[in-house]
Every structure is written in structure tokens, then in C-alpha cells.
Design a protein around this ligand. Sequence first.
Ligand code: 13P
Length: 292
Amino acid sequence: MLVNATKMLRDAKKGHYAIGHFNTNNLEWTKAILTTAQELNSPVIIGVSMGAAKYMGGYRVVAAMVREMDKGLGITVPVALHLDHGNYEAAKACIEAGFTSVMFDGSSLPFEENVAKTKEIVALAHEKGVSVEAEVGAIGGTEDGITADGEVADPEECRKIVDLGVDFLAAGIGNIHGIYPEGWTGLHIDVLEKINEATDYIPLVLHGGTGIPDNQIRDAIVNGVSKINVNTDCQLVFAEATIKYCAEGKADPTAANAAKGYDPRKLLKPGYEAIKAKVKEKMELFGSVNKA
Ligand code: 13P
């Protein structure tokens, strides 16, 4: 059954571990995330960006796919379906479409507008039992074609947003989406400590989970991070495994004719397995195994 993300993240905060948020892009991705969570007895958050949802045919398609696959595969661990970096319209649409959790990302707006819109989304979401993530201080890097410089959030602004009743908060601490550039100076754990205190210890979210050294991930969890977003890592291993399969000639219609290696269920299997291995590695690092 799909649940909102509030309880799983509060439990994670209390237990000093983090829940993985893995972005989905299609059916293979969704199945890999769900089955791995079940095998490891771990709660999980399936994240969907506005661009990925559009690619798959819209928010209702995604909600139906995740909900029905969760049932069809007999998944019993807690699963939240979460909009990633949604604008105001997307957050409203996902609340209506049956998502159990939404992120309203008003970090690119003037702060007062971020406050006003976050407040509206919190009211709409909570009426339907949907959890809300807000953002203060933009995350750097590029996602869905939108590039932002990494910002470090102001703990005072974080407190003001949290006071609106949001369930968990993404606060920039030098983290970046995608591959970290050469010379990246690392997470600002000192600022994270201050944000944790200023926000009364609600669960905090670390975006840009790909490429952060393991020791910094552990430091972030110790200092209040309970949700870690991972996208690029799964994309990289999926691409690598698929390229390898093709390079070995396994999809070649003449050479592989007898084995029908071009059948999409075979062609996409190495990538599917690679995502499963990456999700497992992250769940073990984040400490969410056997926490369902
Ligand atoms: P990465 O693509 O860097 O793993 O970041 C994912 C993310 O933060 C999604 O919101």
C-alpha cells in the first residue's frame, strides 16, 4: 500500500538512518526500486520529476503505474510516491492525481512568495493526507534542463518555512544535482547543524545524492538528514549495463536471432539489475535495511 512519507521519515530521524528517494523514469525503474525495497525490508520513496512524469504520460499515469505495480507485485514495505521539485501547478495536480507526497520547490521565487505558495500547498495536501517537502536555498546543478547554482540556506528562512507546517525540508548545503565538479568543496555540515536546530529537528532532505563521499553521507545523517535523493547514479549504471549488452552483440538481430536478445525484456534486463544493485548499495549505506 502506498503511504505518505511523514511517518517513515520521522522514524528515520529518531533511528538515525535515512530513507532513499529514488527517481523513476519508466516501468523498469519502478519495478527495480519496489522489488529491491521489498527484498531488503526497507521503506522507500519513489520520486518523479515533472519532466519524467510528462515523458510517461502525466501524473495520473505515474500514480496508476506505481499504485498498481505495488499491489501486483505484492509489495508490503511502506512506499511513498513523491513529486520531486514540483512547481505550484504540479504540486496541486499531483495531490489530485493520487500521489502520497509532494515537493513544492519555491526556492527560485522571492522568499515571501515561496512562503505564501508553500502555505497554500500545505493546506491542500494535508486535507488529503499528503505529505509536503519544501525547499529553501536552491540545489545546484542541472535537472530537467533547469540549471541552478548551489546555495547555502539561511537557517532563519528554514525556520519560517517549517513553521508553515511542512513535513520535511530540503535545504541547500552546497549539494548539487548530477555529477559533482572537480574541486567541489563538500557539504556544509556546520550549516546543516544550525538548520537542524532552527527547524526543531524535523526530517531534513539531502538532494544530489550521487557522488557524495560515504563519510559525508554519514555525517549528514548524524546531523539530521532523513531523506536522501538519488537519480543520476541509477541513470549511469543503467546506461553502462545497456551499452555493454549491446556492445557484446547480444541485441544484434542476426547474431542473436536464436536467443532474441533484442526483446526489450532481455535488452533492458542488465540495466534493471544494475539499478537494483545501486538501490541496494544506497539502502545499506543509508541504514534503512530492515526498517520497514
Ligand atoms: P542526483 O541526480 O545528483 O542523484 O540528485 C537527485 C535529486 O536530488 C533529485 O531531486
